[in-house]
Ligand binder design. Structure first.
Ligand code: T4K
Length: 379
């Protein structure tokens, strides 16, 4: 494909990395030969082993999606009553609580940041609170030290929705070392993907055993009768094979993401009306997203910029808009339209620019030129 054509292709917020088809065919040949397609075959076992090595996390369990990871982790923790969480997230986080018959209690994010405010967590605790479900939004670690301290003071469980945080570290420590459980998404749009897939990680061996059982209707390897009222959250051999191949290129892909992110910041970092959201310095990041705040006018400048970019075939995304507490599906719930001023301000103005390993720096430059020109006209 010549360069002009490539540049004119639509550019979405992300584009999945794909392994070589020949490599996939080789693994699929083994699956075909074995006739074990799901329910825990060689591909899944190898994938889990390779993930444990890569993540330096000996205790993990692969499941069918990030959402299934949330639900199985919540069920394995056997939570009751209220769970404190954030409205600035993908609906999956809240849906999982709802589907497990738990009452979400929302609190605001830190001013100018995407993650939950620990002070507000502490103020929201009641006698019915059983856990905190915090989200490492964009792969930026929450204030894990403060959240752990609050949880241990009040004897609460902590789950981290780390859907965006595959491979992230905090002060050199793997992000899934914190809390009672963390979940990753391996969806096609994520830094590591198996097309669909998810992971539950935990420092507690018994919890991972329960998750492994719950993902297979509550059966354990040796039980004739289910031990738990489980579900079907198994990852198939085909998905595991794709995940294994993508894991081989993950480090190179994160390097490419970093180069793209750096280029955006070089070009746009000092632009009037734009502010990049950045991870804390203590974070070893995976460059999952390129989030920025556009203007300070409740979203008008963001709309204008999105329209101009779309006219050029470029499609950034408003991750996350609207807030979960403003979603139609929650209209009949007590928290609907509750006020979270910081999260609202962010949700109304945030825009995530395209970032994926195959995005060429030339394309990044073109996006930056369009953004700069639009801001110049508008401000
Ligand atoms: N917790 C949090 C905090 C999450 O953000 C998510 C998921 C979850 C839990 C649940 O994890 P999973 O159960 O999904 O594993 C996308 C993803 O579907 C979703 O996984 C993700 N978060 C969310 C932030 O983003 P959409 O509705 O924006 O995806 P979609 O289909 O519009 O894709 C975005 C762009 O990516 C498309 O415009 C084009 C490109 N794309 C997408 C797919 C699926 C491709 O080029 N190829 C593809 O196959 O939700």
């Amino acid at each position: 494909m010549d360069d002009d054509k490539k540049i004119e292709q639509a550019i979405y917020v992300t584009r999945p990395v794909l392994p070589e088809l020949d490599d996939l065919n080789q693994l699929l040949g083994q699956v075909w030969e074995s006739r074990v397609l799901t329910n825990g075959g060689d591909q899944l076992n190898c994938f889990e082993r390779e993930l444990k090595d890569y993540l330096s996390s000996p205790l993990l369990c692969a499941v069918s999606s990030g959402h299934a990871a949330l639900e199985t982790a919540i069920r394995a923790l056997d939570l009751r009553g209220e769970v404190i969480t954030t409205p600035f997230t993908f609906p999956s986080t809240t849906h999982a609580l709802h589907q497990c018959n738990l009452q979400p209690v929302f609190c605001d994010v830190l001013p100018g940041q995407a993650n939950i405010d620990p002070d507000q967590i502490e103020r929201s605790i009641t006698a019915d609170t059983s856990a905190i479900l915090a989200v490492h939004v964009y792969g930026f670690p929450c204030d894990v030290a403060r959240i752990e301290a609050i949880a241990s003071r009040h004897k609460l469980k902590v789950i981290y929705d780390a859907a965006h945080a595959f491979g992230v570290t905090e002060n050199g420590v793997p992000i899934a070392s914190f809390g009672d459980a963390s979940i990753f998404s391996l969806h096609a749009t994520k830094v590591l993907h198996s097309i669909e897939g998810g992971l539950v990680l935990s420092p507690h061996a018994d919890l991972i055993e329960r998750v492994a059982s719950i993902r297979n209707f509550g059966y354990s390897d040796s039980s004739e009768s289910p031990l738990y009222i489980g579900t079907n959250a198994k990852l198939s051999e085909l998905h595991a094979a794709v995940g294994r191949l993508n894991l081989k290129t993950i480090d190179a892909n994160i390097v490419s993401r970093k180069a793209i992110y750096t280029r955006y910041v070089e070009h746009l970092g000092r632009s009037e009306g734009l502010q990049f959201l950045v991870p804390p310095e203590s974070c070893g990041w995976n460059y999952a997203y390129c989030p920025m705040i556009v203007g300070n006018d409740g979203g008008q400048l963001r709309e204008r910029l999105s329209e101009v970019l779309a006219a050029h075939g470029i499609y950034p995304r408003k991750y996350f808009y609207p807030l979960v507490t403003e979603m139609d599906c929650y209209r009949d719930h007590g928290f609907y339209l509750q006020s979270f001023p910081e999260a609202k301000k962010l949700s109304d103005t945030v825009l995530c620019l395209p970032i994926y390993p195959e995005l060429e720096l030339q394309q990044v430059d073109r996006i930056c030129d369009i953004v700069s020109a639009t801001l110049k006209d508008a401000i």
